[in-house]
Design a binder for this molecule. Sequence first.
Ligand SMILES: *[C@@H]1O[C@H](CO)[C@@H](O)[C@H](O)[C@H]1NC(C)=O
Ligand SMILES: *[C@@H]1O[C@H](CO)[C@@H](O)[C@H](O)[C@H]1NC(C)=O
Length: 295
Amino acid sequence: MPCREMMSCKLRSAIAGLAVFACLFLQVQGSSPLLLEEWCGVVPQINLKIANGKPAEFGKYPWMALLHMRKIFFCAGSLINNWFVLTAGHCIFDGAPVIARLGEYHRDTDIDCDNNNRCLDPVQEYKVDMLFRHRLYNDKDYTNDIGMLRLDRKVEYTPHIQPICIIVDSDIQPYVDEATWFKATGWGRTSGDAKFASRVLHELDINRRPKADCVKAFGQHLTPEQICVGNDDGNLCNGDSGGPQGRNATMYGIERFVQLGIASYTYENCSKVSILTDVTRYGKWIRKVVEWYGR
Ligand SMILES: *[C@@H]1O[C@H](CO)[C@@H](O)[C@H](O)[C@H]1NC(C)=O
Ligand SMILES: *[C@@H]1O[C@H](CO)[C@@H](O)[C@H](O)[C@H]1NC(C)=O
């Protein structure tokens, strides 16, 4: 299949190349140095017809987590292993108990079915028993906008609930920096004019933009851990906060979906540009939280 752009081909082959090396390393060391979870980012076959259009394909993003408090949806997140959901730091605060809903597609129905009456398994709800916000998170300028939620019981993977890949090897960073676009998913508002968050999961390819575009729009300096993105005709919007942006890449010989960004913040009416947290730069932090607080 032809690559849509130079950079993506380069990213893909570079990661694939490194993966071979990492795989050899893996056999020797018995641990996974490249990814947090070795089995991640793969969408199992769910025998459903694929629908076209802007709503995300059914069951194609099985790591999406919807975060709510007393049924009020406030942020998205991504499942990164059996115990943790990754989200934005600004989605973490004391208050009502947080629930992570996994396997969700349509927010109004417990069992989601497509037009042909083919259905996903019911959603699963998990209580959150520990909250982790990066200690350098700054609620004035949203720097280090990253956090994790520990679930109160182990997530059993199913075809519609799977972990996303997190790169924990900082050697991969230069290839991540070359990614020129990201696949974003969320239940956020679909435009600045829309009053309410979307009922169904949406997907959007969003382009990386020069940091100067974000500096201009927000009048603030960007740290190396922040990515500027935006399209002329589409953007992330309220409700997408905490959700993942990523790319398919071949690692360990399999095409997987790797998370590269977390939706951090956007312009007033969701026009112009948005800022993502650069996930790969926090690979060590994520791994530490998992090692210290995982069960
Ligand atoms: C990633 O690759 C898999 C396997 O080729 C494919 O089924 C899936 O649709 C791709 N996902 C995205 C977001 O492109
Ligand atoms: C909102 O977006 C529109 C473009 O869709 C733009 O013309 C307008 O100036 C924006 N308003 C604000 C307050 O940024």
